[in-house]
Design a protein around this ligand. Structure first.
Ligand SMILES: NCCCC[C@H](NC(=O)CCN)C(=O)O
Length: 419
């Protein structure tokens, strides 16, 4: 046991050193992505930058345009049977008008750095590990809109992975922040145009329907559970004041802490759409985001490694209980055990702001980004050197998934009976 502990410490020190030695090219990678923000499913340049990055590294097999046009896969390992397949994910989509305001360029850097560090160590263990290891990097586009990981899950991109890691820039270090289930919906109203002054009575005002829909959803909030969310915009409300709008369109996000509750909220919201007018179109998006299935074993390992590297994990109960965005990584956690910690980047700016865009491109973010990559790679080493630990990770995943699935069927039935 002491030998394993000594080996683990030695390998973790080597991982840190390898990532440090690669910091210049990793920074260039991140800055290249940051400087050319691309929207969901349109990340062609970022895809090419990451594919070139791994193609120039020795030993990686790179599949460009993997399952999705702007997704990729890079793999390293012997490809023998009985191996452990460790996955690292890279996100790289930006937000409309404000660029990388969620720091996805840093997510890509963390994934690449952790994979490089782990691979560098594994190349030199010469049989000291109890397992053969395969390292898989998946470039997963369109997290902010559409859910590229969900498309890739349905295409089998995550099959064979034993454990998966990524990390997300934030205003604090956290092993986990609440991630809720979410579904996009576009609501369309078709009316009839007419001159708004000369003969408005001849028109059918689609914008009126949109406004009523907006107000219906606003008053629905009184009957929503406090941790449900409904928020949206009127994307199209007419072209000129003197033309009765013949078309109006709204886009909304519906969110609940669990997959099961989302079903109930969607039903309530749909009644709001339809009661505003005879809604001529109500299209739920192709992909529904799941809540996150946590893994306490991996979170604890990550916390230990992060603290050893100087991370100061938040203990603010408000943040830990209420911070609730969504991510398509939630869907991944129902297929593969994994963690999606958050990391401080040297700024108190809030995600999805122009200030955060500046912070994500600032050199000051590099120290925190590389530290996170080291902690992820070290956490991977923890489970690779200790097969029993990996079994505990998988056991927890199986039990948590079973519990969620029971809730999904049970709560779904119970909630639908009530509404
Ligand atoms: N279908 C739209 C999902 C939006 C996902 C978005 N995610 C985040 O902000 C996490 C950080 N990228 C959200 O929660 O609004």
């Amino acid at each position: 046991m002491a030998d394993r502990a000594e080996l683990l410490l030695e390998l973790k020190q080597t991982v840190s050193q390898c990532i440090e030695e690669a910091k210049a090219k990793l920074h260039t990678l991140s800055k290249d992505i940051w400087s050319c923000p691309e929207l969901a499913y349109e990340e062609s340049r970022s895809h090419d930058t990451l594919v070139a990055f791994f193609s120039q590294e020795e030993g990686w097999k790179v599949d460009s345009h993997f399952k999705l046009h702007t997704a990729f896969r890079a793999t390293w390992g012997a490809g023998v049977s009985e191996q452990v397949n460790v996955g690292f994910l890279c996100e790289y989509d930006a937000l409309p008008e404000i660029g990388h305001a969620c720091g996805h360029n840093l997510i890509a850097e963390v994934g690449a750095a952790a994979a490089l560090g782990l691979k560098a160590v594994l190349e030199n263990t010469h049989g000291k590990l109890p397992v053969q290891v395969y390292v898989t990097v998946l470039g997963t586009p369109a997290e902010e809109d559409g859910g590229g990981k969900i498309d890739m899950l349905s295409e089998g991109a995550f099959e064979g992975l034993d454990v998966v890691f990524m990390a997300h820039p934030s205003k604090e270090d956290a092993m986990y922040l609440p991630c809720v289930a979410e579904h996009d919906v576009t609501i369309k109203y078709h009316g009839k145009a007419s001159h708004a002054s000369a003969y408005p009575w001849e028109g059918i005002n689609a914008l009126d329907a949109a406004v009523l829909c907006y107000n219906n959803l606003s008053v629905l909030r009184q009957q929503m559970k406090p941790d449900w969310r409904v928020h949206g915009i009127i994307k199209h409300g007419g072209v000129k004041p003197n033309i009765i709008p013949a078309y109006a369109e709204l886009e909304y996000y519906l969110r609940t802490p669990s997959r099961a509750e989302l079903h109930v909220l969607k039903a309530k919201a749909e009644m709001c759409f339809r009661s505003a007018a005879v809604a001529t179109g109500c299209e739920f998006a192709r992909n529904k985001y799941d809540n996150m299935l946590r893994n306490a074993v991996l979170e604890k390992l990550y916390e230990t490694n992060g603290k050893a590297l100087g991370m100061d994990f938040t203990t603010d109960e408000d943040v830990l209980k209420n911070e609730s965005g969504s991510t398509d990584f939630g869907n991944v956690t129902f297929a593969v055990p994994g963690i999606h910690p958050y990391f401080y980047i040297g700024s108190n700016a809030l995600n999805h702001t122009e200030e955060y865009t500046v912070a994500a491109g600032d050199d000051r973010a590099q120290f925190f980004t590389l530290r996170t990559a080291k902690a992820l790679a070290m956490t991977a080493l923890d489970v690779l050197l200790n097969p029993e630990l990996l079994q505990r990770v998988k056991q927890e995943f199986t039990e948590a998934k079973l519990k969620e699935d029971r809730t999904l069927t049970g709560e779904h039935t119970e909630l639908s009976d009530k509404h």
